[in-house]
Design a protein around this ligand. Structure first.
Ligand code: BTN
Length: 334
């Protein structure tokens, strides 16, 4: 790990408190002059590290854009075995699959500032211009197919948690759209490989609208085509009234995933039922569930999810059915 990465790690774990140059120098086995030079370099690279005379250094802001050093410095390197950050790629999900073929150590994460072939669910395109966060997580723990799909609900919870830390109240529309006041802010695309013994790899692709792109960068409006016609995308920057740090958000998302994934792997989806119900969009609403061809599978009222992450739909006063896949649309929008 480079000295600059180690300094970011040390200052980040002090949660905004100042750490003296002397302590840093001793901890990292270098001179105070080397610390001071590295801090100047970090400040030139978009970090905001205050030098407080007689007190020390405090990390007050992270670089706005995705930065490999920042992401590697902020995440738990004992859990994340591989972190890759790209300026531009086709699709981070494809990068994850390619790396799987090359035997990458997992959990691994692939992040891009821009994607040229970003894809969404149901073969839709996911416009991925600068300003968004495009993340694919690759895990290779063995799970059974029935459990695997509930991981996308857990990923939705992670995104909702990160938004909550920003003061943004988000809801998760089953199975995996994250919504803020009716507008989609993030989408999740899970792809898996399996053999006779069950799932052997999962790629969890997350696209999050962070900073609203200017029109020159995104002539079509980021991700609007991934939405139903009733909503326009939401952006974190619009909600918090300032530009957000993509690096900071990415690190928070990976921290949240680390915690929830470990629990999900050990205990399945059951411990998340209540959390999911708390943030589930469309609860109590009349919806239509359709299959990928657009055929109606069921009509009913959303009543929550069960312990395997299936949607619970009240189709008649005494009848609750559980649904494992489909697109859910509010009936007034049908
Ligand atoms: C959807 O709502 O349709 C899911 C969108 C998922 C987009 C993400 S961005 C990172 C990863 N790479 C892709 O090509 N797609 C996913």
């Amino acid at each position: 790990m480079s000295l600059t990465t180690e300094i970011v790690k040390a200052l980040h774990s002090a949660s905004g408190q100042a750490v003296s140059g002397e302590v840093l120098a001793e901890q990292l086995g270098v001179s105070r002059m080397a610390i001071s030079k590295a801090v100047s370099k970090l400040n030139a690279n978009g970090y905001q590290i205050d030098s407080r005379p007689r007190v020390g250094y405090a990390l007050t802001a992270l670089p706005q854009t995705i930065n490999a050093e920042a992401v590697s410095a902020l995440v738990d390197s004992k859990f994340w075995k591989h972190v890759a950050v790209f300026e531009q790629v086709g699709s981070t999900n494809d990068e994850a699959r390619k790396a799987l073929g090359e035997g990458v150590a997992t959990p691994a994460v692939f992040v891009a500032r821009e994607q040229t072939q970003g894809r969404g669910r149901l073969g839709r395109r996911w416009t991925s211009s600068l300003g968004g966060l495009y993340v694919s997580i690759l895990v290779t723990d063995r799970v059974d197919i029935a459990q695997a799909s509930s991981l996308s609900l857990v990923a939705g919870l992670c995104v909702a948690e990160v938004l909550g830390e920003q003061g943004i109240e988000a809801h998760v529309k089953w199975p995996n759209d994250v919504i803020v006041e009716g507008h989609k802010i993030a989408g999740i695309l899970i792809e898996m490989t399996s053999d006779v013994d069950g799932v052997n790899s999962l790629v969890i692709g997350i696209g999050l609208n962070v900073n609203r792109p200017n029109s020159a960068e995104s002539p079509n409006g980021a991700n609007e085509q991934a939405l139903d016609s009733h909503a326009k995308p939401a952006y974190i920057s619009d909600r918090i009234g300032q530009i957000a740090s993509e690096s900071g958000l990415c690190a928070s998302l990976l921290d949240s995933f680390q915690n929830k994934y470990s629990q999900w792997l050990a205990q399945g989806f059951a411990p998340f039922v209540e959390q999911f119900s708390d943030v589930q969009a469309q609860r109590g609403e009349e919806v239509t569930v359709s299959n990928p061809l657009g055929d109606v599978v069921a009509n009913g009222i959303v009543r929550g999810v069960d312990e395997s992450g299936k949607l619970l739909l009240e189709t008649a006063p005494t009848e609750i059915v559980s649904i494992s896949s489909g697109e859910v649309t509010l009936r007034r929008n049908v």
